[in-house]
Design a protein around this ligand. Structure first.
Ligand code: ADP
Length: 433
């Protein structure tokens, strides 16, 4: 195998030439014998080449190469060994691919591969049960033709897949699926889908429980509150020792009522995806009324409240919901800004959409609290809440209302200097009617 073929070849050639010269010496035709000798050698070499070509083009798998002599035999064997090694490597690779495919096929979560246009390329078995994809008919179909939920179409088109999307399964309305899309390679999409019915049901139970408790508590509380008001109206008939207690009960009863109303509003907001009364809302008028309410709330704190409105575009949505979101932000600015402070409310539209910013020169919020501020009952300082009479639900309501109006909330704040709460609404929410 490791023979020095270079030397052997030279020796063979020398032998052939010497042979030809000897024949030439005997016959007296040096030229002819040399030409015939070399011609025969060339013919033999060509024959070997043709045999190699025939074997390469026609041989079946595992068929050994034809027997060859000398260097040609070595070439045949080397090619054969290379082929065998290549086959072994391919076999190993195929085994790895098979294992990966088997394990993804056995996954309970659906894995779907889409090309850059969003057409289906490959999916596992779970995708058939969770998404109703059919093998092989659906191959090459756009995914938006098969999953027709409007929220999915919107989610897929916006190309921002940071948050997962939860929708009912196309195969079964009672099943909830959560989708997560990741882009890879040449803008292809990898879609992971899992069944979140159980989590959704638990979440639903929690929402229903809170909504039912709030609803059930409302009637007894109204009765108690009503009696307290009657007693306080006739305060002269009440034993003076009880007056203070009654006043405190009345105040706390009022707080409980606001809390229940906020909880019920949140439950209502969570019950559906989009507001039912989707009408173009004249935000300028809405903000003017809220600003005058804010002036009243500010009372004798002598705060400077400015309203700045640019553009006349209307916002599609529910006026009631927007009123409660905007007033929560504006009333918070009044509550958390000391006397003589400044509050600047600005509404403007640009190419990106519409924006509302509420800027105050109040106490500010520490940066570490900002990400958790919109959680229910999250308070920066719990002792502060009782002074302001807040429920801790205001910003949670704002967040939900914005979600339903394709909006986002941005909060920035500097301790002791003030805060800016900005709502950004997508341009599609604007209406020029
Ligand atoms: P609350 O009903 O207690 O005001 P919110 O959900 O409206 O509840 O606000 C949550 C917390 O965020 C508040 O307790 C308050 O500490 C803080 N906060 C909200 N708005 C402002 C603001 N403009 N300036 C300073 N702190 C604020």
């Amino acid at each position: 195998m490791n023979q020095n073929w270079h030397g052997t070849l030279i020796r063979h050639m020398l032998l052939l030439i010497t042979g030809c010269l000897v024949v030439g010496l005997i016959s007296g035709h040096y030229g002819w014998s040399l030409a015939i000798g070399l011609g025969l050698y060339l013919a033999w070499t060509l024959k070997q080449l043709l045999r190699l070509h025939a074997w390469l083009s026609k041989h079946k798998a595992d068929e050994p190469p034809p027997d060859g002599y000398g260097l040609w035999g070595e070439v045949f064997d080397s090619i054969y060994h290379l082929q065998r090694r290549d086959q072994r490597v391919r076999g190993r690779l195929q085994a790895v691919i098979d294992r990966v495919q088997e394990s993804t096929a056995a996954l309970r979560d659906a894995v779907i591969m889409l090309d850059s246009e969003g057409n289906l390329e490959w999916w596992n078995r779970a995708a058939e049960t969770l998404m109703g994809l059919k093998t092989p008919q659906d191959s090459g179909q756009p995914v938006t033709n098969l999953v027709r939920h409007p929220r999915f179409k919107e989610y897929f088109a916006q190309e921002n897949y940071q948050e997962p999307l939860e929708i009912p399964s196309p195969t079964n309305d009672r099943m909830r699926i959560q989708m997560l899309i990741t882009r890879y390679g040449n803008n292809e999409h990898l879609m992971l889908v899992r069944d979140v019915t159980r989590i959704h049901q638990l979440e639903q139970m929690r929402k229903d429980f809170v909504a039912n408790v709030s609803h059930e508590l409302r009637t007894p509380l109204t009765v108690i509150f009503g009696y307290l008001e009657t007693l306080l109206d006739n305060v002269e008939e009440v034993n003076p020792r009880w007056v203070r207690a009654l006043q405190q009960m009345h105040q706390q009863g009022g707080r409980m009522q606001t809390l229940l109303n906020d909880l019920l509003l949140l439950a209502k907001l969570e019950a559906t995806d989009y507001p039912s009364d989707n009408q173009p809302v004249v935000v300028s008028t809405l903000l003017q009324t809220i600003t005058s309410d804010a002036q009243a709330l500010s009372g004798n704190k002598n705060q400077q409240i400015n309203l700045d409105i640019e553009g006349s575009a209307r916002l599609k949505g529910s006026e009631t919901e927007l009123r409660s979101a905007f007033s929560n932000l504006i009333f918070n600015a009044v509550k958390y800004t000391p006397a003589e402070g400044k509050i600047h409310i600005r509404w403007w539209t640009d190419a990106k959409g519409a924006h509302l910013s509420v800027k105050d020169s109040g106490i500010g919020i520490e940066t570490k609290h900002l990400p958790r501020l919109t959680e229910r009952f999250y308070r920066v300082d719990s002792s502060r809440a009782s002074n302001t009479g807040g429920t801790g639900l205001g910003l949670a309501i704002v967040k939900h209302v914005l979600l339903r109006h394709r909006g986002t909330l941005e909060i920035s704040s500097v301790m002791g200097k003030g805060s800016v709460f900005t709502c950004h609404f997508a341009a599609v929410q604007l209406s020029n009617v």
